[in-house]
Design a protein around this ligand. Structure first.
Ligand code: NAP
Length: 246
């Protein structure tokens, strides 16, 4: 392996995705940073390049399936290859099932599941051409064990498991691996408004008794996307401080 690996990271503007982008860049990857907001992506690219790394900003609304496919195809044509795809972007629209609207369901399923399918489908051909691929889809412990108020989110995240295992089976013979990383509670914008009582309850359920950091998740992604992880595929790895252990 002589060329720099090209890695797409979605949801890179903040939180876990930003940490993944910084970590992969530090590991020598050229990181294509994807999210809706251009400003934070430009800042991230500047931070990576000023540290001697390589990165490109690609603003894209992943809720638009056509835009997702076009974004992936543009990376392949502009940078010549796609080696790594980390589908990290995700949203929540929480509500109890009795009150959940069709729009709340559709918004979450479109961004958290359909966009991942479209991105994987678009990346598969360039990865096959390069005889190498590492796909990591970021799910959640909510998708493993369910979570009251998150029928849409848990269904989408759980759906990533079936999607990822199927990709692993279909493309494993082409040098492409696909895995799910399922974070537990991690300190980001997504969890910052949780009441202290909820945080305390969550900590009590965790073997390590503390929330994770974005860097904890990035470290797992760094391994699963490395050249040496070629024998790891079709797996769901819960990085959750020992909350689920399932
Ligand atoms: P976050 O801080 O809310 O960041 C979400 C990221 O996704 C942002 O970069 C956001 O960028 C991007 N995004 C959202 N909708 C998008 C869209 N339509 N198009 C493009 N980008 C979009 O979330 P996080 O906590 O880092 O979570 C990252 C992933 O980990 C998510 O998949 C989440 O479900 C999962 N997760 C998080 C936790 C946790 O405790 N934090 C636990 C389990 C799983 P823009 O707003 O700029 O578009």
């Amino acid at each position: 392996m002589t060329d720099t690996r090209i890695a797409i990271v979605t949801g890179a503007s903040r939180g876990i995705g930003r940490a993944i982008a910084l970590r992969l860049a530090r590991d020598g990857r050229h990181v294509v940073c994807v999210a809706r907001s251009q400003g934070p992506l430009d800042e991230l690219v500047a931070e990576i390049t000023s540290a001697g790394g390589r990165a490109t900003a690609k603003p894209c609304d992943l809720a638009d399936a056509g835009a997702v496919a076009a974004m992936v195809e543009s990376v392949a044509s502009e940078l010549g290859r796609i080696d790594i795809l980390v589908n990290n972007a995700g949203i929540t629209r929480d509500n109890l099932i009795l009150r959940m609207s069709d729009d709340e369901w559709d918004d979450v399923v479109n961004t958290n599941l359909k966009a991942v399918f479209v991105a994987c489908r678009a990346a598969a051909r360039p990865m096959m051409k390069g005889k190498f691929g590492r796909i990591v889809n970021i799910a959640s412990t909510s998708g493993l064990v369910g979570n009251a108020g998150q029928a849409n989110y848990a269904a989408a995240k759980s759906g990533l498991t079936g999607l990822t295992k199927t990709i692993a089976r279909e493309l494993g013979g082409k040098g492409i691996t696909a895995n799910v990383i399922a974070p537990g509670f991690v300190q980001t914008d997504m969890t910052k408004d949780l009441p202290q009582q909820v945080i305390d309850g969550v900590k009590a359920m965790m073997a390590v008794r503390q929330l994770g950091t974005p860097e904890d998740i990035a470290a797992a992604v760094a391994y699963a996307t490395s050249d040496e992880a070629g024998f790891l595929t079709g797996q769901t790895i819960a990085v959750d401080g020992g909350m689920t252990m399932c």
